[in-house]
Design a protein around this ligand. Structure first.
Ligand SMILES: O=P(O)(O)OC[C@@H](O)[C@@H](O)c1c[nH]c2ccccc12
Length: 263
């Protein structure tokens, strides 16, 4: 089994002189029938991979924009089972890696085994489960061990060095480096220490390091991309898709392709 599909996609963007760009979307926002169109649009627009969010009633890590998108999706009656079924119906058209982002509860109610089997069957390349820290990920790791699905870890700004070392050694796919303390959502500024923090993470990690949380403008995509291997953009993409502002999505993705490199 190879957990390398996700890593390979990111490395290939970098080999092209670009940075990775991973948009986050909320599955079922606007109705599940939009999911295929949204994924194929982002693929066509040049996304490196896509993080597909599963709506959940108690999204503790999510800021207001993602929370509202989740509520809209739940109002449409979306759930994990329906999303997997929908993804199954068009997965042959998707060439870029898909990462599912879900809290642990929906996975447990789905059943760990069948979740892992179904994700493998429909070609899911990665999984982000924010309420399962590395120390508690054994059960999930066991369920995923015979699959090609990478369990992507989150590293917070406040993780102490021993914890960072543990996360980077166990991490798969890429390291999701959180840029702020707190929840998802648009921010105006970032800690001046970030560059140092990312440098350390990159030194410790054998897989790519991507920055996420609070990135919402082309300039931020460029400046975060200059000090990491790429970015994840959630709230700004969710909002732009909700307002059908495709131009904004294209601008954000383009910013990851024209990089100013700071050495
Ligand atoms: O919305 P932002 O600030 O651009 O951050 C990305 C984020 O939305 C996405 O990766 C995500 C959505 N929900 C999460 C929960 C935990 C970690 C990450 C996420």
């Amino acid at each position: 089994m190879t957990k390398l599909k996700l890593t390979a996609a990111i490395e290939s963007a970098i080999e092209n002189g670009e940075k990775a760009f991973i948009p986050y979307i909320m599955a079922g926002d606007g109705g599940l029938e939009l999911l295929q169109e949204q994924i194929l649009f982002l693929q066509e627009a040049g996304a490196t991979a896509i993080e597909v969010g599963i709506p959940f009633s108690d999204p503790v890590a999510d800021g207001p924009t993602i929370q509202r998108a989740g509520e809209r999706a739940l109002m449409h009656g979306t759930n994990l089972r329906a999303i997997v079924k929908e993804l199954d119906s068009f997965h042959e058209k998707v060439q870029i890696p898909l990462i599912l982002m879900t809290y642990f509860n929906p996975i447990l109610s789905y059943g760990l085994e069948s979740f892992s089997n179904d994700c493998q069957r429909i070609g899911i390349a990665g999984l982000i489960v924010p309420d399962v820290p590395v120390e508690e990920s054994e059960q999930l790791k066991v369920a995923l061990q015979d699959t090609d699905i990478a369990l992507v870890p989150l590293v917070s700004l406040t993780s102490p060095p021993e914890r960072i070392a543990k996360i980077t050694s166990l991490g798969e796919g890429f390291i999701y480096a959180v840029t702020v303390n707190g929840i998802t959502g648009v921010r105006n500024g970032f800690d001046v220490q970030l560059e140092q923090h990312f440098k350390r993470l990159k030194e410790l990690s054998s897989i790519p390091v991507l920055a996420g949380f609070g990135i919402s403008t082309p300039d931020q995509v460029k400046s975060m991309g200059a000090i990491t291997d790429g970015v994840i953009v959630g709230s700004a993409i969710v909002e732009a898709l909700h307002l059908n502002n495709k131009e904004k999505v294209l601008e954000l993705i383009q910013a990851s392709k024209k990089q100013v490199f700071i050495s």
